[in-house]
Write a protein that binds this ligand. Structure first.
Ligand code: HEM
Length: 127
């Protein structure tokens, strides 16, 4: 994990391009997620009351490609942002190489399955 505050510091501290790119991604996705998720919670919880958030209402909403895209963007960005954040913690705390390998392997497999189910759910159901 890079503990840099500025882009210049990050560039100097990163050993690989991939690590620098993840550093940039975490900052951009973090800002985007604040707005995307606040909008999502506002629309699903405040604008629409709990009793209106029925299966049919959700299916009708997701019949519109723009909403599918909006939800997919949250799914994708939140998954990558969360997985990479957890990877930082795994690398910080699990010092033994074989343990790190197994923890990452199991964790990535679980997350990839959830992401796949989320994507199938969003794109395969038709009203
Ligand atoms: C009280 C808070 C929340 C409520 C009431 C809520 C409700 C819902 C509802 C009703 C849907 C169905 C689709 C739609 O209406 O767009 C949905 C989908 C989704 N929500 Fe939330 N949500 C909440 C918070 C969050 C947060 C904090 C995140 C991410 C960090 C999130 C991520 C998602 C994603 C990724 C989907 C699409 C799932 C898929 O079909 O693959 N939600 N949510």
């Amino acid at each position: 994990m890079l503990r840099a505050k500025t882009y210049q510091d990050a560039k100097m501290a990163s050993h690989t391009n991939a690590e620098l790119n993840w550093w940039i991604f975490m900052r951009i996705s973090g800002v985007l997620l604040v707005f995307l998720v606040l909008g999502h919670v506002y629309m699903t919880f405040i604008q629409v009351s709990e009793s209106d958030a029925t299966f049919d209402a959700v299916v009708n909403k997701l019949a519109q490609p723009a909403w599918k895209f909006y939800d997919f963007l949250i799914l994708l960005l939140a998954t990558l942002h969360g997985v990479n954040g957890a990877r930082y913690s795994i690398e910080d705390y699990i010092r033994s190489r074989p343990n790190r390998f197994w923890v990452k392997g199991v964790f990535y497999t679980v997350v990839a399955s959830i992401f796949t189910l989320g994507t199938i759910g969003l794109f395969t159901y038709h009203a």
